[in-house]
Write a protein of this length. Structure first.
Lengths: 361, 361
């Protein structure tokens, strides 16, 4: 039996999706590719819940974050970051390199954003944008995105709201247009159950208007250019697209839409609840509080004196692969993802293996 | 029968290479991935002819060019571009966005660099770097890279020599260490016969020393970070790698090394000669002069009054896909690639189809 891969991305890719990559190359300036790109647009819009185009770049989630700050803001603009984990911190670094002035509003790792603090910060200074990590993969925390978006829209309506949805899109509720998000950024290898290598970027109409008046610091991540090529007949990309990965994404999106996006959200939530309850039955502690525990990745405190190395190794010997903590959480937590195609059977195997490693059976 | 794809990338991918992508995801922080990355390093070094690491980013050739200027130069530094086609022009745009002062030394499209002009430019001003497109895909010209590198090294030894080898590496002679090139940049989807989506970047030791003292404008393309992760045990990448494409590249590189890199160069050269001779037999004109005609892509003047649209459509009806000219060469030339896995049989089918379209049979 092959390993049960429960790291928070890349997630296991269904056979059908991997099989789609056996198709050979086609002309990326021709009709067939144009139709593929149009079909992907149609499907991605449903998953992003937007009427706006979704730009697809050969890249990763980190690339999507860089794309947003390269296009939406100009050097010297002031940005607020809601920061409660490693991925929020990475985005701050990306934004600073682009020459933005970033104020980091920090919350403790393992907790969600406190909206009263967000309110204070927004009343204190004017921000061109807010950077928000919807699901903080490093701590297993799902932040209250909808509430935060509504709050920002009310207090500071001109601020562009940028959301890292890398480990949430498809696995947790996110409605780009209805909530009023200006940039939704994600990648192929998490809840979209496609191999890694695609960065997905959607921006609102008002954000696009601003983009039209700026020259992005990056040519590679240029949204204006991506938009121009997407509107050609046939639809295209400015440079060679990752064809094989697009074949895979096309197949995976069909599977997601067949299930229904809301059904997928619900399935992720139920699976996460199931896992947390099983974990607690073993006497273990889920790292974040219940009310902000993520539906896509569960962070568990490492039980002492067993320690992380023994858990990791013991699980691996039983064919189960989990992830450790990052940075200051190294050795303190371990993380189990339940995104995309991961189902209850995989989690049962994990729980059973964990019991064995803990000497409970 | 499936279409014969003769566009200058993506090139047809052998079945074995596409089949390698059926393998499922693995932990990109684990031992198995580390071994894959080490194996890729071993093989890539042989193809790049370097003892230096070859950094692999999820991205394309355009990304590799952006990576080089983001890391090797600081805002305000002066750069010389040897420009004789669309891809050299794209690189200039990328460099200007990074804040570099670029002098473009322009040569007519369809001709190679004139070394006497390069010499004059280098004696006239001091440049931190030179940007050079080895094989100009847009015109089918192979530039005299080796001679130019030696010249620059002699006249201006501190200038960093950056080479776009996107449509040459593996298909035309290029010896990074022996010739003394500071940055070799390429992508997966041309002579390396792997699907698009991987940017490959190797830099010399002296270039790396400069990189260590700069903060790149981009986080995504950060070479320092890529190097740090490559040196971890097990070897890693800073963010999620494009696993499926790496499986494919691993397989393709084995095929290339089994043939032998020099043998691959020779095969490309012979195939190109064969095609040019066949094209001339039809009374057609090869766009560049014989002495600088590319071994990987052949540009042919569109015969009047037939016109490009009829050629393109006629070939397509016969299952053969070629590319047109770009920008000012649109409608004036068409391009046939013979890179990677394309062989004599595919070119015979093309020639026969072209004869039919031209009404010669």
């Amino acid at each position: 039996m092959k390993d049960i891969l429960l790291i928070p991305g890349p997630t296991p890719v269904p056979e059908d999706v991997r099989g789609a990559m056996f198709e050979d190359m086609i002309d990326h300036r021709g009709e067939r590719f144009g139709k593929l790109l149009d079909r992907l647009q149609f499907k991605l819009k449903k998953v992003f819940m937007t009427s706006r185009p979704v730009y697809i770049f050969p890249g990763t989630g980190t690339g999507a974050l860089e794309c947003a700050v390269s296009n939406l803001f100009d050097r010297g603009e002031r940005i607020l970051s809601l920061s409660n984990g490693a991925f929020a911190e990475r985005w701050i670094e990306i934004a600073r390199r682009r020459g933005l002035e970033v104020d980091a509003l920090e919350f403790s790792h393992g907790s969600a954003w406190e909206l009263s603090e967000v309110e204070k910060a927004l009343k204190n200074k004017v921000y061109a944008g807010v950077l928000m990590t919807h699901n903080e993969t490093s701590t297993g925390v799902l932040n209250p995105l909808r509430e935060a978006v509504y709050l920002i829209r009310e207090i500071s309506p001109d601020t562009l709201i940028c959301v890292d949805a890398v480990s949430s899109l498809g696995g947790a509720p996110l409605m780009m247009d209805e909530w009023g998000i200006d940039a939704v950024l994600t990648a192929s290898q998490k809840a979209l159950m496609t191999p890694p290598g695609l960065a997905l970027v959607a921006i609102s109409e008002r954000a696009f208007k601003k983009v039209l008046n700026l020259t992005p610091s990056s040519y590679y991540w240029d949204i204006k250019l991506a938009d121009e090529y997407l509107n050609k007949k046939p639809s295209q990309t400015p440079y060679t697209p990752s064809l094989s990965l697009l074949y895979a994404l096309d197949r995976a999106l069909t599977m997601i839409l067949e299930e229904g996006v809301e059904n997928s959200w619900r399935r992720h939530e139920e699976l996460a609840r199931f896992l947390r309850s099983e974990v607690r039955k073993l006497g273990l502690e889920v790292f974040p509080k219940e009310e902000c525990a993520s539906p896509t990745v569960t962070a568990i405190r490492v039980p002492e004196p067993l320690g992380f190395a023994k858990i990791k190794k013991g699980l691996e010997e039983r064919g189960v692969i989990v992830a450790g903590g990052q940075d200051s959480l190294k050795g303190k937590i371990f993380r189990v993802a339940h995104m995309g195609s991961v189902g209850k059977n995989e989690l049962l195997i994990f729980i059973n293996a964990l019991k064995e490693v803990m000497g409970l059976v």
